[in-house]
Write a protein that binds this ligand. Structure first.
Ligand SMILES: NC(=O)c1ccc[n+]([C@@H]2O[C@H](COP(=O)([O-])OP(=O)(O)OC[C@H]3O[C@@H](n4cnc5c(N)ncnc54)[C@H](O)[C@@H]3O)[C@@H](O)[C@H]2O)c1
Length: 375
């Protein structure tokens, strides 16, 4: 049994604490936060102990620490976790900048420790069914594609939405990360990025509680449109925006030499992927046998979805024991972070940006029973 600690007891910590409680592979021991009252509340809710950050890092029983702080703090907290001799699993993005992400990986390499990073949604059944179909050639060679993630932002639901509009946030880093990570698992590494970027407004007015009416600054681009060129030769258009009230576009379509594919929303684990053989009718891709498919969470809008956040960490825990690579790896998240940062860089400099980091496509998840597939 692998013992976990968690730093950052905000909104997303419920998913991880629920996921850890469901798992037979890990045991959550302690939680900590800059705000001790936040750690105390989650400790009481989930039957774990609340401790200071220093005490958590000094606990020799804890093997892996989950970092669920805001993006601007990811690198600093990761470096503290590594300095304490513990493996780290971070929420996305790996860091607020590519340079900070590189520093985290260099420190981990120096210490012989693992870095894992969300998103792990691509390990879910909806996306692994797409991966299996592409790997077996059902749509041929992927030539082209379009991915879209657009809404009017986060200030209407998150209690503290500031970080979404600060470096490390914005729709490209906050949500584009799911799309680019999934594209890399489906198609392999990205070679270059070309993009335009801008802002719909200089401020946002919070409409969620408890800060309803407060005006916050926008220090990131909130509309970012780009073109990803993959080493495989595929060209994918990615549109991300928090300046859109309503639209009618699908999350994700891939076009191959032998057919097309509708990929489910990569923010979730399940979904209903479909393919066509050449110009034939759409057919559902079966999720049978793929782990992590059953709906287990009801969203604010009433939709039932599969939410298995934490399985990237479970894979990493098993990978450490088996001395094999883990799928949600530091290398993958650093490659994706370089790609995401390249959108703003390309827009600012008016040129194609070549991607420099190597990246190995993560191994497909085998068919089988949920977390047992990682053993
Ligand atoms: N909210 C979501 O639906 C969601 C979904 C997926 C991923 N994420 C990611 O998870 C991370 C956290 O998001 P959230 O929505 O839970 O944010 P949040 O603001 O609700 O919580 C962040 C917590 O981290 C604490 N914190 C900040 N800096 C810290 C530091 N240096 N040391 C210790 N604690 C610190 C804060 O006090 C706060 O309790 C972000 O990287 C975000 O991108 C969030």
């Amino acid at each position: 049994m692998v013992t976990l600690g968690l730093i950052g007891c905000g909104v997303i910590s419920d998913s991880y604490l629920t996921g850890a409680a469901r798992s037979a592979l890990v045991k959550m021991k302690s939680v900590a936060d800059l705000r001790p009252e936040a750690a105390q509340a989650q400790a009481e809710k989930y039957g774990v102990q609340a401790v200071s950050i220093d005490a958590l890092l000094a606990d020799s029983e804890i093997d892996i620490v989950i970092n669920l702080t805001v993006p601007m703090a990811h690198a600093e907290v990761d470096l503290r976790i590594l300095a304490a001799g513990k493996h780290v699993y971070s929420e996305k993005p790996l860091a607020a900048s590519f340079a900070d992400g590189k520093a985290v990986l260099a420190e981990a390499a120096k210490r012989g420790l693992r870095v894992g990073c969300a998103p792990d949604t691509f390990l879910g059944a909806g996306h692994q069914a797409c991966r299996a179909a592409i790997d077996s050639g059902r749509i041929g060679r992927v030539v082209n594609g379009i991915a879209t993630v657009m809404s009017h932002g986060m200030e209407h639901w998150h209690p503290n939405p500031d970080f979404f509009f600060q470096p490390g946030g914005g729709p490209i880093l906050d949500l584009g990360v799911y799309y680019v990570t999934n594209l890399v698992q489906l198609l392999g590494p990205v070679a270059s990025v070309t993009a335009l970027a801008g802002k719909g407004s200089e401020t946002r007015t919070i409409t969620s509680e408890p800060r309803n009416g407060e005006v916050i600054p926008v220090n990131v681009n909130t509309t970012v449109n780009g073109l990803l060129s993959f080493a495989s030769g595929a060209q994918i258009v990615l549109s991300t925006s928090w300046d859109v009230w309503k639209h009618n576009r699908l999350p994700f379509e891939l076009y191959g030499s032998e057919g097309s594919m509708l990929v489910p929303d990569p923010n979730f684990f399940g979904g209903s992927p479909r393919i066509s053989e050449r110009a034939g009718d759409w057919q559902d891709l079966s999720l049978d046998g793929h782990p992590f498919s059953a709906a287990n969470r009801t969203l604010r809008d009433g939709r039932e979805v599969a939410d298995y956040r934490i399985i990237g960490l479970l894979d990493m825990a098993c990978a450490i024991a088996a001395n094999r690579p883990h799928r949600c790896s530091g290398e993958l998240s650093l490659h994706v972070l370089e790609v995401l940062e390249a959108f703003d860089k390309s827009a600012a400099e008016g040129r194609h940006i070549a991607i420099t980091t190597p990246c190995v496509q993560p191994a497909a998840v085998p068919l089988g029973q949920d977390e047992a597939v990682f053993k």
